[in-house]
Design a binder for this molecule. Sequence first.
Ligand SMILES: NC(=O)c1ccc[n+]([C@@H]2O[C@H](COP(=O)([O-])OP(=O)(O)OC[C@H]3O[C@@H](n4cnc5c(N)ncnc54)[C@H](OP(=O)(O)O)[C@@H]3O)[C@@H](O)[C@H]2O)c1
Length: 287
Amino acid sequence: MAQTVLVTGASSGIGRDTALALARAGHHVFAAARRLPALEAMRDLAPPGTVTPLVLDLDDPASIAAAVAEVDRMTAGRGVDALVNNAGFATAGALSELGDRELRAQFETNVFGLMTLTRAVLPALLARGAGRIINVSSVSGRIPSPILGAYHASKYAVEALSDALRMELAPFGIQVVVVEPGTIRTEFAGRTLAEAAAARTTATRYGAVYDRAAQMEARFAGLAGGTGPVVRAIEHALFARRPRARYVAPREFALVIALVRVLPTCWVDAAMKRAFGLRSAVSRAAE
Ligand SMILES: NC(=O)c1ccc[n+]([C@@H]2O[C@H](COP(=O)([O-])OP(=O)(O)OC[C@H]3O[C@@H](n4cnc5c(N)ncnc54)[C@H](OP(=O)(O)O)[C@@H]3O)[C@@H](O)[C@H]2O)c1
């Protein structure tokens, strides 16, 4: 049966391709993001009448309220059947060098914005006693990392919030599912690198590490897969009769999560420090 789904972060990458896939399958999609022209360009690729662009800034509670009011108006108060909380970005930088402003901004979008929007759409789902909330987390929400600590922390928070919401909302017929993408080719890495480069104008103890991280990110971007597996995982989470609590997509990344869980922390730390060049940076600083 055709459903009404609100997808955030629909102006690019995973959200855009999810919105298009849902629209082409006959669902009505409210496609939300800050960049209206990108949303309109995506809408023009979908079957007529299936995509409604929605300007939404998750950092602005008034923008969230206005977007949900628009959904209510366009659905005659019925609201959506499902919410895909996909929008997000990554802040790069050593935690000792990130200020409160950067840390709060990371959580504002990835965590608080997600929760404010979830609470805003919930009354309609609760009234109906049915609905799904899909939270797009990340493999980063299950494994540690230096230099991307703020981002990983925000995704760990999404994981914990989703676990609590899943248990709290199940008695009311609402299912909460987490989708954890691995490395996927989107605008994501480019945005992270641009932000990291901008942040490097200040003096840093981690110059060599940031250079290494940028090289790694560029290499990963080259190896990254398309959005297909994540889109399919989101569709499965939305429509499977009994969805699991979480899906890793592509599935190979589940192996990384499993390895990190069983290996001693000091081994995982050593591998991460080696990958980010942290050992050499420290020894060079000490010379
Ligand atoms: N790509 C990967 O390798 C990867 C891996 C693991 C997890 N993920 C997760 O997957 C999700 C989608 O990422 P992606 O790879 O598709 O990245 P992307 O291409 O950069 O898309 C991010 C989307 O989030 C929206 N967004 C960012 N800040 C926003 C804000 N304040 N308010 C509203 N919308 C905002 C952007 O739209 P506007 O700029 O137009 O607002 C954009 O549509 C994110 O949660 C990300 O953490 C991605």
